[in-house]
Design a protein around this ligand. Structure first.
Ligand code: ADP
Length: 426
């Protein structure tokens, strides 16, 4: 019989879930990542926090809501006192959702009168000021996110972006209030609630701001945001004497087996990592969507290529391409179909490789990682050492036993594909 959990989180994609699980583990909570909606009565062992990884960012809003509600019920049944809805630090969503609809439905379920929405993650360059999201020094709308294949972000004003997704009134907690501390934040939330606001974008430009927000949100039934918003939450449970302290190891014991990198992200950071890996001489094979459609590039050919190269250390299979090329193929196939084509190919490839002795995988791309992990039949991950901000090594629980680094497209330094392996022990 497992002990009750304290914090239950629902993430709208897999790498986002991993990023959040790492944040909670680094701040001292025993954390497990569960893939997909947990069955009611799931055994989470001695976990204090459970992060449910959905693949709901770009599906129909009704479906995303249904999955989030089912997850919240399972997490509450497992004891969760607080629910965190986690989305991307670049607020990836479309005008149809899913951040607004899911947040609203969770508020109704949990009877939360008001909820904060804060995607800031300063360590990865995401900050929110005057309700505007910055990626590094650029507004979100001037960042490469404007060309994302599935969720192009062309407005940096998050109050406006979120307002388009919900009938609830959206307001702002400005930076001066956040800096003034938990009492000021709570006072503003009470006033906002009285004025009819239900969702509040929160400014945060430094970790200290996220910790103030975290402290202010002790006891809140629902919190929404990026992994940064979770930074201060473990301290609340610690202050209440509910958790102890926990060190995250710097290395991880990995199952023996061959290694491969699967990159289905077209984000700038991943394209840089692909270029660096090719530059360093890693065997690399590019997936070409048009050739997959025409049958010129088949799963058997790709798998045989990886197997033929597997004696030389990790090889790289990538579909990462420039925005213009992505636009062209999307015009031909449709954005969703083009995405699925690649996701399916990489998922099927991962299964063939697993069956041929591969046990160590780096996967680049949130949607891509979701597809690969689903194809591999993985249901839960334990969180290992941090490779880069927001990206840990993980090890699957149960069968198949694999080491996985699931990287959100925009995360990690250029040498990520080359150096991440050094943290693994046999
Ligand atoms: P990120 O984490 O960078 O957002 P994702 O994997 O979440 O990466 O999203 C990238 C999407 O783009 C996936 O659906 C993927 O299948 C799709 N994709 C990858 N390569 C191409 C390509 N060359 N052309 C069109 N779509 C692509």
């Amino acid at each position: 019989m497992s002990s009750p959990i304290l914090l239950g989180a629902i993430a709208d994609d897999l790498t986002g879930a991993t990023d959040l699980a790492l944040m909670l583990a680094r701040n001292g909570m025993k954390t497990i990542q569960h893939i997909g909606v947990p069955a009611e009565g799931s055994d989470f062992g001695d976990a204090e926090a459970v992060v449910v990884a959905l693949k709901s960012r770009t599906i129909a809003a009704d479906d995303a809501v249904a999955m989030a509600l089912a997850s919240a019920l399972a997490l509450r049944a497992a004891g969760a006192e607080q629910i965190l809805f986690k989305y991307c630090s670049t607020f990836d969503s479309t005008d149809k959702g899913n951040i607004g609809p899911v947040a609203e439905a969770l508020m109704d379920l949990l009877e939360a009168p008001i909820a904060v929405a804060c995607p800031a993650f300063p360590a990865a360059g995401r900050s929110v000021y005057q309700g505007h999201l910055f990626v590094g020094a650029s507004l979100l709308s001037d960042s490469p996110m404007r060309d994302h294949p599935l969720t192009p972000m062309r407005d940096a004003n998050l109050v406006r972006v979120l307002q388009k997704q919900t009938a609830s009134r959206v307001g702002l907690i400005p930076l001066d209030i956040v800096e003034a501390g938990p009492d000021a934040i709570r006072a503003l939330l009470i006033k906002a609630r009285q004025a009819g606001f239900r969702l509040m974008i929160a400014d945060a430009v430094r970790d200290a701001d996220l910790r103030q927000l975290g402290a202010a949100l002790a006891g809140a039934r629902l919190i929404t945001g990026g992994s940064g918003i979770a930074m201060g939450l473990p301290d609340n449970f610690r202050a209440a004497g509910k958790i102890g302290t926990l060190e995250v190891a710097g290395r991880m014991t990995a199952p023996k087996g061959k290694a491969v990198i699967l990159a289905g992200s077209c984000s700038v950071a991943t394209r840089g990592q692909v270029a660096a890996a090719i530059g360093a001489g890693l065997p690399a094979l590019r997936l070409v969507p048009a050739d997959i459609v025409s049958g010129k590039q088949s799963i058997a050919d790709i798998a045989n290529w990886v197997l033929a190269n597997s004696g030389k250390g990790p090889s790289l299979v990538y579909s990462s391409d420039e925005p213009e090329a992505v636009r062209q193929i999307q015009q031909k196939l449709g954005a969703a179909a083009a995405g699925q084509l690649i996701e399916q190919m990489l998922g099927n490839l991962a299964v063939i490789l697993r069956d041929n002795g591969f046990a160590r995988f780096i996967v680049a791309g949130g949607e891509t990682s979701g597809a690969v992990v689903a194809a591999l039949g993985i249901t839960a991950l334990e969180i290992g050492p941090e490779i880069a901000p927001g990206v840990p090594w993980t090890r699957s629980r149960g069968e198949p036993d694999l080491a996985l680094a699931l990287k959100s497209g925009n995360f990690g330094a250029p040498d990520f594909f080359l150096t991440a392996w050094d943290m693994l022990d046999d």
